[in-house]
Ligand binder design. Structure first.
Ligand code: ZN
Length: 358
């Protein structure tokens, strides 16, 4: 009893929009529920396009990060999220990334995310959690919230963390530990000073985590060598989405272009008569099966290229040719519009001819 109210014993309770759960499996159900709702919202954003003109991944991205991610992650730093739940969230996130870029379900996570410049949802959550830690540390020393927080942190530091601890501070402590910034936090506590560059440190640590994942993926999947060479990374993503943004009619070709770069044709059952692996370099520049039509496609591309570029292009080997055209020459330059369209046509037509003759 509390006054005249009878207190009920409940398993979950919604407080200010955040569901508080008494057990881990309830939390996991709750997160799955959030994901289910998030998918609905994803299809809603996608439906802004039509079968004919699909939503550009860059436009979709804006809507997704502005309305879906905040909803999925609302108040999420109040939970002690276990790796299994974080993986669930990452899976949802990468499924969305693949779907909106037209990539197949087995495209490695790091590839599907870096081509659209997304960090993993878990990294985003870590970033948010660390931001909360930073703002708590900024509170005045007498603040009750800060005092509880510091006391809890010290308890974990000296008595060890409790695995089954469900409170938010336990998760914050674990995240700090994971990113090796617990020492900085204790320094902030002991010396009573704020870290001016906390935001910068967090940003850098999260970026490093993503970079490590990309490197590990590239090492694991040797066939992604051409993806690696095309300098698609977290910093600039897949430059061709920008071209599709200027001209919606190019979107389909851009999707085909990216998919061909990261698909293992052998695994997918596409082969040719040649002795080489049917990767993108082979299909575009070497495969004997499309020798006749290739000349035609390539000549058209060469005729559009400015002289300097054409000379450079003819000078390098096939592997570097692929890397060069896929990179879109580093960044998007309007004056080269015709060349971009020429490259898209060359890649798309060659791929179409090759896949059609399988
Ligand atoms: Zn071949």
């Amino acid at each position: 009893m509390l006054g005249s109210d009878i207190l009920q014993n409940v398993n979950t309770f919604n407080y200010l929009g955040t569901t508080i759960c008494s057990r881990d499996n309830l939390l996991s159900d709750h997160i799955k529920d959030r994901i289910k709702h998030a998918y609905k919202k994803v299809w809603l954003i996608k439906s802004l396009g039509s079968m004919k003109i699909q939503v550009n991944p860059l436009n979709f991205s804006k809507g997704y990060w502005a309305s879906v991610v905040p909803k999925v992650c609302y108040g999420i730093f109040l939970y002690n999220l276990k790796p299994k739940i974080l993986l669930c969230l990452d899976q949802f996130h990468v499924n969305v990334a693949r779907n909106v870029q037209g990539l197949s379900n087995n495209t490695p996570m790091a590839v599907a995310l870096s081509s659209i410049q997304w960090v993993r949802l878990s990294s985003h959550i870590y970033r948010e959690v660390l931001a909360v830690v930073g703002s708590i540390m900024k509170l005045p020393a007498i603040s009750l919230y800060k005092r509880v927080f510091v006391a809890k942190l010290l308890e974990y530091k000296y008595c060890g963390g409790n695995e089954n601890e469900r409170g938010p501070v336990a998760f914050m402590y674990n995240v700090c530990f994971k990113f090796e910034i617990t020492d900085s936090v204790f320094e902030m506590i002991e010396k009573g000073k704020n870290f001016e560059n906390w935001k910068k440190i967090v940003k850098q640590r999260v970026y490093n985590r993503e970079e490590k994942e990309i490197k590990a993926t590239l090492m694991m999947y040797k066939e992604l060598g051409d993806f690696k060479n095309s300098s698609i990374n977290l910093m600039n993503g897949f430059v061709w989405w920008l071209i599709a943004k200027r001209d919606v009619n190019q979107l389909y070709k851009v999707k085909v272009m990216l998919k061909a770069l990261v698909t293992n044709n052998e695994k997918c059952g596409f082969r040719c008569e040649c002795d080489e692996k049917p990767n993108i370099v082979h299909i575009l520049f070497k495969c004997k099966d499309i020798n006749d039509v290739r000349r035609e496609h390539l000549d058209r591309l060469l005729s559009i290229m400015p002289n300097n570029l054409r000379n450079d292009f003819l000078d390098i080997d096939e592997k570097r040719k692929v890397a060069l055209i896929y990179s879109g020459f580093g960044n998007f330059v309007v004056e080269w519009w015709n060349v971009y369209i020429g490259i898209l046509d060359f890649v798309y037509n060659s791929l179409k001819d090759w896949y059609n003759s399988r």
